[in-house]
Design a protein around this ligand. Sequence first.
Ligand SMILES: [Zn+2]
Length: 398
Amino acid sequence: MEEAVDSYTRQALEHIRYLSQVIGGRGSTTPAVREAGDYVIEELHKAGAATVESEPFMGSPSTYRPYALAFFAAAIGSAIAVLVGDRVYLELGALLNLLGAWAMLAETDFRFHWWQLTLKKVPTRNVVGVIPPSGQPVHRAVLFAHLDTHRTPIFYSSTTWQNLFGTILAAAFLSMALGFVLFGVAALVGWDWLRWSGVILLPIQLFTLYLVGSADSTPHNPGANDNASGVGALVSLAQRLHDQPLAHTEVVLLFTDCEETGAYGIRAFLDKHAAEYGPQAVYVTLDEVALGVLKWLTTDGLILRHPTHPRALELAHSVSNALPDIKTIETAGLTYTDALPATMRGRIALTLCTVPDDAAAAASYWHQMGDPIDHIAAVTLENVQRFTWELLQQIDAG
Ligand SMILES: [Zn+2]
């Protein structure tokens, strides 16, 4: 925090402080995330954004409920297959495992699945500020960051847990796929003994159900790095764009809700604007941008990995070449980001984030109560802001 940084970084730090310390945990669709939105609206007005608007949408307060329902269905299916084992129950067991696997896969890939019919959606909003160029608008860049913060379940509480949870999720998905196949074969071919595979599948499904089922009762973290850092960087960018406007690029600054519960905010924004903006618009999300080394993602998604648009990667490389003093890395994403829905629609979309140098610290603040402002590295934040600024210059010159 003491490092000497430029004035825009100092402004960003002040926004991070306000969001993470004064407002604190900003759960998706909660009054706290609305308060964060109000703060951003006020700051965008102060920075002289041409238009600042709230765009309402229906979002989800929980990311875990659809998964809990999927594992619950599979566990019931596996239990009746083992305990009863008659043909019709084996068929039912296979079907429930299939429904569980389908729901999990669809949920991670933002696609429709049967349990969504039972999900409670509540009204919330995105905040959108537009900064026009000084000259004729030719290009458009949409820079976005999520306002909401995640809960703090046990499986994010340490690096070991985080790695383990990845394996548990993969095992749970596999157990449901196997449950469908094995119980299905048992019912069709009459190999009754196959139903005993449920003795292995069921504990995996019950354990995962317990983990995700209890996650929604944990508090929301203050989210200094994830993602007051992205929000703060973009609000201070509004000020810089006001001071030094681009020549031909309209910049849309978007602050989303419900990234943490399934990227509902960005999906609503794309539904409304993607067609109008066209395929040439560049979408860049800043997510966790104040801790360690700058990186961008080459793929995005939890189970199905979607490759980043080649034009987005080309831009990232070109910006990195122009700023040789900033260390960068490119890696595949481990989960999804707000850029994924744009990538899935074939848009030029990039995720800029950071990863701590120290592997042990790498996961230590993610989705934990220990993501307060003390861990924020001002120099990292400044690097991300310089990178973003250069990116805008290159889009503007393109
Ligand atoms: Zn985030």
